[in-house]
Ligand binder design. Sequence first.
Ligand code: GMT
Length: 383
Amino acid sequence: MKIGIVCYPTYGGSGVMATELGKALANKGHQVHFFSYAIPVRLDMVSRNIFFHEVSVLAYPLFEYPPYELALISRLVDVIKYEKLDVLHVHYAIPHAFAAYSAKKMLREQGIRIPVVTTLHGTDITLVGKDPAYEPVVTFSMNKSDAVTAVSQFLKEETHRFFKLNKEIKMIPNFVDFERFSKQPKEHFKMAIAPFGEKIIMHTSNFRPVKRIDHVIEVFRRIREKMPSKLLLIGDGPERSNAEQLCRTLDICDDVRFLGKIDAVEELLSVADLFLMPSENESFGLAALEAMACEVPVVSTNAEGIPEVNVDGITGFTCNVGDVEGMAEKSIMILSDDVLHKKMKQAAFKKAHEFSLDKIMGMYEDVYDEVIKNQKARLSKSA
Ligand code: GMT
């Protein structure tokens, strides 16, 4: 099958997940065409089945906001037509679902048909999509998509609750590739980061306000008061400077490392003792799942879809958003009890297997088959 994938290239869950899906589909023999304004962060392999089409946006003094969607639509129309793609899968509704619809309409005028699958990831619904500035277009685009999927049960229900849809959303959870994410023997890393056997606490994100990096640091400060420990912060984003400032104010800089946008997250996760995710909004929590695959228990909030991944009392603990004391208390509980820690590591690993790539990729292939079949049926009916 020839599949087009539209995604954001940045260090964030929707781009990561779209790219990992595309790579897996290509490994299975499908031809995959990625569309984005830069090479997606995880597109780190060469394959005869993978193609990348950069969407370049022309700057012009008149444009305070260069029209990225128009450039994307033009690229889609061009490539879909000449590469004869079978299906177009867009990740993150804004603006990708509307761009896909527009490309589909333009192609139809030329006698070319392509079904569109839209995958909702989180803030495209929960924060941005609900805003009156975007809601009408988001609703319209979802209704015009041939299939809509959501990455968690929470997100599916929230979308149905808020938007007037003409179709049932299919829930296809995010996944983890165990070939990449598994505990690796990286003892030398542990020695370098925590030479005196300090506990290693980790957090990965795009450092947006919803991730509550301040709470990561506040929780860590409380852990550090009770036991020698180090905090590794991976990723970057708008809250980075505030986070650095907070570490200075709390005088904990010696034990906090800002490592930036590291690609080989799995290598660091392999030496971590605990993963923190104090997010305010999180439709799924892919970073927590990747930690769990590397046998790292998680202390998180119970926001939105997180409890579908991190099960309270089993794979770690969940607390209310903002409950820094509670998250610190639970973290200390895990880190100071070897038996509990081992039990939670094993449970986290086991739970992560519910989301293995092999299981989930087939669900997307089924959706592609279905929309292609439905399109053929509609065509033969109208012939
Ligand atoms: O919605 C976002 O903030 C962006 C998006 C991303 O690209 O990072 O994150 C969402 O999609 C991820 C992959 O499906 C989920 O794991 C994240 O939970 C979700 N983020 C939020 O809902 C805040």
